[in-house]
Design a protein around this ligand. Structure first.
Ligand code: G1P
Length: 290
């Protein structure tokens, strides 16, 4: 098996029902936080971790994602002739990155979406990023996970402790600590509060090995009637160890309205052009809120 992680799968075929009506005709992955769509944060995060090739799983109404990562000659010419060099650099910076698009024809779940990429992955490890889990761009989560992968030669998934009453929104693991990381013993997709083996939730960053594809192909629907990646990982666990890495930086659930607003505020506060004005506004607003 080729060892280096070059490929990244970005599932983007979901219906985005939590954000309707905004996502009725345009993809959830294109919702912007400050000035960049969610999916671009995901791509840049992977590039910063040394990854190079992107496989985006799309579906109906997702064509703007392809347009977004395409070159935009007329716009580039215009910016060049009007001397807007910084903007030009910004929109050109991903022009050389390789993207492949695969259409998931029916929304059969995350596991099925990942399985659609199998013909493009060969016998190599790969990352999966769910772009509605936004990670603070200054925090090199994928890089840290890749280090564990190289050291252990085993799949690694990102974890975060969540409040007990939210376990039914996530894949939840059972595991024990091995030094700084978790050795996973079991995984359950969206368990009830009573059945959850812990409050350690799977966050949308995975580094996986290609043997997951065969499992995905033969998987029956699980939680919500969908083919679940968590169920495939549970089966993979019978063949090889899987590790969990508790994230140390900020993560936002940008698929949720409140999470999205929090991400927008935090990233705007880190933006040189916006932070002063926004701080002033927040302070003034906080004083007037009863
Ligand atoms: C997916 C996974 C789940 C994971 C979550 C993280 O669920 O199935 O295991 O905890 O992403 O965001 P979804 O949010 O797509 O329902």
């Amino acid at each position: 098996m080729e060892k280096r992680i070059k490929k990244v799968i970005l599932p983007a075929a979901g219906l985005g029902t939590r954000f309707l009506p905004a996502t009725k005709a345009s993809p959830k992955e294109m919702l912007p936080i400050v000035d960049k769509p969610l999916i671009q944060y995901a791509v840049e995060e992977a590039i910063n971790a040394g990854m190079e090739e992107f496989i985006i799983i799309t579906g109906k109404n997702k064509r703007t994602i392809e347009d977004h990562f395409d070159a935009a000659y007329r716009l580039e010419e215009k910016l060049k002739s009007s001397g807007k060099d910084k903007l030009l650099e910004e929109i050109q910076k991903l022009n050389d990155v390789h993207f492949a698009y695969i259409r998931q024809k029916t929304a059969l779940g995350l596991g099925h979406a990942i399985g659609c990429a199998s013909p493009f992955v060969n016998n190599e490890p790969f990352a999966v990023i769910l772009s509605d889990d936004v990670i603070d761009p200054e925090y090199p989560l994928l890089e840290e996970m890749a280090k564990i992968f190289y050291e252990k030669d085993a799949p690694v998934i990102a974890l975060q402790e969540v409040p007990k009453n939210e376990v039914n929104r996530y894949g939840i693991i059972k595991g024990f600590k091995e030094g700084d990381i978790y050795r996973i013993e079991d995984l359950v997709e969206k368990p009830s509060i009573q059945k959850a083996p812990s409050n350690l939730a799977i966050i949308g960053r995975y580094i996986l090995t290609p043997d997951i594809f065969q499992i995905l192909q033969n998987l029956t629907p699980g939680a919500g009637g969908e083919i679940q990646l968590t169920d495939a990982l549970k089966k993979l666990l019978k063949k090889r160890p899987i590790y969990g890495y508790l994230i140390k930086g900020e993560r936002y659930d940008a698929g949720d309205k409140l999470g999205f607003i929090k991400a927008t505020i935090d990233l705007a506060l880190k933006n040189n052009e916006l932070s002063e004005g926004l701080k002033e506004y927040i302070i003034k607003k906080a004083r007037s809120i009863k």
